[in-house]
Design a protein around this ligand. Structure first.
Ligand code: ZEM
Length: 286
């Protein structure tokens, strides 16, 4: 067991857990990033509800949301880290896992601070339906992400996470990976969005996505309808073009915006301590 607050020790154990030969593309990294994103992406700025504080996915109301299908694998992988460092909260563990995974897969360093608690304030539980629906378009994602406080540039930068991982027909119903190296963080997703011809395809389950068959590498890549909308909406498209040609700029902006995502709903004092975690009032449910 590590000392309370020794996040370095936790980081090391998360990094050591990423390699999973029998799982997907051999890495738990992408599903850790998605866990971190879905833990935070329920935030609603107006009512100050949702967000990573509280780790609500431990409970059926949020964990069993069809939007979170598949994330139980990420949570199960991380159980061994929680057992070894029982002082860390799930809310900190899940967000830190995303940050460590991005770095280990070749992405930018993302600032991260601990202090989230697992205290659940029932009046602040987010309703289902706050995460984006991939079958929709630009207006939908602009509406969903502006609720969290993100602008067009930030939405496009965040979408660059689709450089990682894949869609699973038994989770979201969509199928396939966005890029050829789905465990390597890069700006390839933006370059492929612009350079390949994406054709609409209706899958056997009736779901519509976009596909490209690359004769050279004999691989089929995919895009979600929401991904394609980043190239059909002029305001989004200018940032897709920017990030496709400037990888450093993408890494820099992604680092800032992922940090902002992880901090949604977290209030800190000047020393960085979380002041709105509510554990002082009530103790933990975990
Ligand atoms: Zn995703 N995402 N996402 N995303 N996502 C999937 C997978 C992954 C959308 C979406 O519907 C889907 C962001 C934004 C948006 C990741 C990270 C981030 C999948 C496939 C879908 C359907 C799930 C499956 O079947 O397993 C939509 C509509 C988004 C709005 C624009 C943001 C923001 C992310 C992080 C910053 C990652 C890493 C994956 C891959 C997961 C895996 O298991 O490989």
């Amino acid at each position: 067991m590590s000392k309370q607050g020794d996040f370095e020790a936790v980081r090391k154990d998360i990094a050591a857990l990423l390699k999973q030969p029998g799982y997907d593309d051999g890495s738990a990294g992408p599903v850790f990033v998605r866990l971190a994103w879905h833990s935070a992406g329920t935030y609603d700025a107006e009512t100050d509800t949702g967000g990573s504080n509280g780790a609500g996915m431990r409970y059926e109301a949020e964990g069993g949301d069809p939007a979170n299908a598949g994330l139980q694998h990420a949570r199960a992988f991380l159980e061994s880290v929680k057992e070894k460092h029982p002082w860390i909260t799930y809310a900190d563990l899940w967000t830190l896992a995303g940050v460590v995974a991005i770095k280990e897969m070749g992405g930018p360093t993302i600032p991260w601070k601990g202090g989230r608690t697992d205290y659940v304030d029932d009046s602040k539980l987010p309703p289902r339906g706050r995460l984006p629906d991939a079958a929709q378009g630009a207006d939908h994602i602009r509406w969903i992400f502006s609720r969290m406080g993100f602008n067009d540039q930030e939405i496009v930068a965040l979408s660059g996470a689709h450089n990682l991982g894949r869609c699973h027909s038994d989770r979201s119903g969509f199928e396939g990976a966005w890029v050829n190296s789905p465990t390597r963080f890069s700006n390839q997703y933006f370059r492929l969005l612009l350079s390949l011809q994406w054709r609409k395809k209706i899958l056997k389950n009736g779901i519509v996505q976009f596909m490209n068959y690359d004769e050279d590498t004999e691989t089929e890549l995919m895009m979600l309808p929401t991904d394609i909308s980043l190239t059909t909406d002029p305001s989004f498209k200018k940032y897709v073009e920017l990030y496709a040609k400037d990888k450093d700029r993408f890494f820099e902006d992604f680092s800032k915006v992922f940090d902002k995502l992880m901090e949604l709903g977290i209030v800190r004092d000047a020393s960085g301590a979380v002041t709105n975690a509510d554990n002082v009032k009530g103790g933990y449910h975990s």
